[in-house]
Design a protein around this ligand. Structure first.
Ligand code: FAD
Length: 584
């Protein structure tokens, strides 16, 4: 195998990464009449796009493991060739990114998800139109099996019923996104037609129907190529397949969108000379060093800081009513009746996400600091016993703990400061939530607490769990934060309110990296919404002004708002001034 060299064709937009952020914006930009290249480093996943990974019972179908909801947990059993190898957390490096490997949970965000941390122009009221667009394309369902029945609902009935008896209110979650306090409901999934659905089955389908849209899978972006603050193209790294060389954007007006995820995007920024100096110096000392952009063109931004993620705290209970279904076993030794009903009608347990997720429930805890912290509880039927349910408590909106991710000499990305429970009130909220659940379930007949045991307090349990809770890692975000406080001058933000990287005139970030703070639930729908919103902002932006010979083009840290005309290059002229000069 070898890589195909890129041609001289240029694109109005190059989008790097085909996950929750990348696919929707690629579609919207091409819908507006632009030529768009979407670059994905992983292989195709869903059968519709040429994916091939599947168990025997899917032979002779156009389905893969990524399409069947009941096989979604296969990423844990067999991550090879699917999960990212350059990230120390679990993430999907295939077409669709996280939306190809996740459990499909799909939430209309609570208004506070936007209003607590996002800047002006990105508040709940501003996101209403984008939310409507997303949910009209991907409405989600609480009954994924096409006969409208819920299979194996014993776990839901036992736990949901117990919460109901303790005074928690039943809701249809996406009908009441703002009701997240002592409420519970069925899981909502992005699934449609009994299959995974989501961005790959909607936005990518419409994009691909346009002649001006191009998708390259198995193609790794190494870095953006830039002249000061102006990006001229994307350099590719040969992967043994896919494409190699430098692919250029349309001269003057072309733009690059980074959508490579909360670790992939910072990595691309670092390799492009954008980030804190300590990280750029690490890149300088790797195989990238010789060809890395010169240090007088580095843009110093706090990329990698502000890492945030939900703290996941698992409890386990058991009850004789609960019925286990072996979703992992469905790979090699499925129940034949279930594969048949799935294959012929898309009904039954395999049309539902493994391992039988639900109920979901929510509570808001007000801390001693006055901040409302959102807890999102997610139950699933698995654990030490056949009658176990494991329930993860996620601490979301309102949490103030933050961490950091960095790059290594091997060009891998790692979490250097875990973002979990670094604040006493964050800890107190987790403990209070556990106590409240213990209290709510205390009168349920025949219910056994497996973890923590009945005689262990929530506080003792959390102390013991601390290391486990640090390993959640699925919902990382915030590493290239959006905001008005320009990170080049001591602020905390990497991108401005148009998602444009400070110090550049045509580089944008549209993925989990820009989310400034925690949100209540699993984030993929929120990321698709912000991608819709970003597309409107980016399309409304005027192209950057073009500098003529002798014009100022940068200034210290490339603060200039324009770049130089073709044939000229922006060169440092001393005293913090840069001028457009002849490039010959
Ligand atoms: C196992 C698992 C289960 C989850 N369950 C849920 C759930 O049920 N519901 C939910 O809402 N969220 C869930 N999530 C989280 C959710 O999927 C992610 O938050 C979301 O997909 C992140 O979107 P993104 O666009 O930021 O990045 P991603 O979706 O991760 O997409 C980034 C893409 O960029 C590609 N890429 C990276 N670097 C490069 C490069 N240099 N060149 C080219 N391509 C590159 C990657 O291969 C990837 O495809 C889960 C995540 C995981 C891992």
């Amino acid at each position: 195998q070898s890589c195909a060299n890129v041609s001289s064709q240029t694109y109005d937009y190059i989008v790097i990464g085909s996950g929750a952020g990348g696919i929707p914006i690629a579609d919207r930009l091409s819908e507006a009449g632009h030529s768009v290249l979407l670059i994905e480093k992983g292989p195709p996943s869903s059968g519709r796009w040429g994916g091939t990974l599947k168990p025997k019972w899917l032979d002779n179908t156009n389905l893969t493991r990524f399409d069947v909801p009941g096989l979604c947990n296969q990423i844990w059993a067999d991550p090879v060739g699917v999960s990212c190898t350059d990230v120390d957390q679990m993430a999907g490096c295939v077409l669709g990114g996280g939306t190809a490997v996740n459990a499909g949970l799909w939430w209309k965000p609570h208004p506070a998800d936007w209003d607590t941390n996002f800047p002006e122009g990105w508040r709940n009221k501003d996101l209403a139109a984008a939310t409507d667009k997303v949910f009209s394309r991907i409405p989600g369902t609480t009954t994924p099996s096409l006969d409208g029945k819920r299979y194996l609902s014993e776990g839901f009935d036992m736990l949901g019923g117990s919460l109901g008896a303790a005074g928690w209110k039943y809701i249809v979650p996406n009908d009441h996104p703002d009701e997240k306090n002592r409420t519970y409901g069925h899981s909502t999934f992005m699934f449609s037609g009994g299959e995974r659905g989501g961005p790959m089955a909607t936005y990518l389908v419409t994009a691909s129907a346009r002649k001006t849209f191009t998708l390259w899978t198995n193609t790794i972006a190494r870095r953006v190529v830039r002249d000061g603050g102006h990006i001229t193209g994307v350099e590719l790294e040969c992967n043994g397949a896919g494409h190699a060389g430098v692919v250029s954007v349309t001269p003057t007006t072309g733009r690059v969108i980074l959508a490579a995820g909360a670790f992939g995007t910072p990595k691309l920024l670092f390799r492009s000379g954008i980030g804190p100096t300590d990280q750029l110096n690490i890149v300088k000392n790797t195989t990238d060093g010789e060809t890395m952009i010169a240090s007088d063109s580095w843009i110093n931004l706090p990329v990698g800081y502000n890492l945030n993620d939900h703290v996941g705290t698992d409890i386990e209970i058991a009850h004789p009513d609960v019925v286990f279904y072996d979703y992992y076993g469905a790979w090699n030794k499925p129940i034949v009746n279930d594969t048949e009903t799935y294959l012929t009608k898309r009904i039954g347990p395999l049309a539902q996400a493994a391992p039988n997720i639900g109920p979901m429930f929510w509570e808001i805890i007000t801390g001693a600091d006055g901040i409302e912290r959102h807890l999102h509880w997610q139950s699933r039927v698995e654990g030490a016993r056949n009658t176990s349910m494991t329930v993860t408590q996620y601490l979301g909106t309102g949490s103030v703990s933050r961490g950091r991710m960095v790059i290594t000499r091997q060009l891998n990305t790692v979490v250097s400061i875990p973002p979990y429970l670094r604040n006493e009130n964050d800890k107190a909220a987790v403990i209070q939530g556990l106590v409240n659940l213990q209290e709510s379930l205390k009168n349920v007949p025949n219910l056994t607490w497996i973890t923590p045991k009945a005689n262990v307090t929530a506080a003792q349990f959390l102390l013991y769990l601390h290391d486990v809770a640090r390993t959640t890692g699925l919902f990382c975000k915030g590493t290239a934060k959006i905001g008005t406080d320009d990170g080049r001058t001591g602020g905390s933000s990497v991108v401005d309110l148009n998602t444009k990287v400070y110090g550049t005139d045509n580089l944008f970030v549209v993925d989990a990296s820009i989310i400034p703070g925690h949100i209540t639930g699993n984030p993929s729908a929120a990321i698709v919404i912000l991608s819709e919103h970003a597309s409107t902002k980016i399309l409304a932006l005027a192209p950057p002004a073009v500098g003529k010979l002798g014009d100022t083009c940068g200034g210290k840290d490339w603060k200039g708002s324009f770049h130089c005309a073709e044939g000229l290059k922006c060169a440092v002229a001393g005293l913090g001034i840069s001028l457009c000069r002849s490039s010959s």
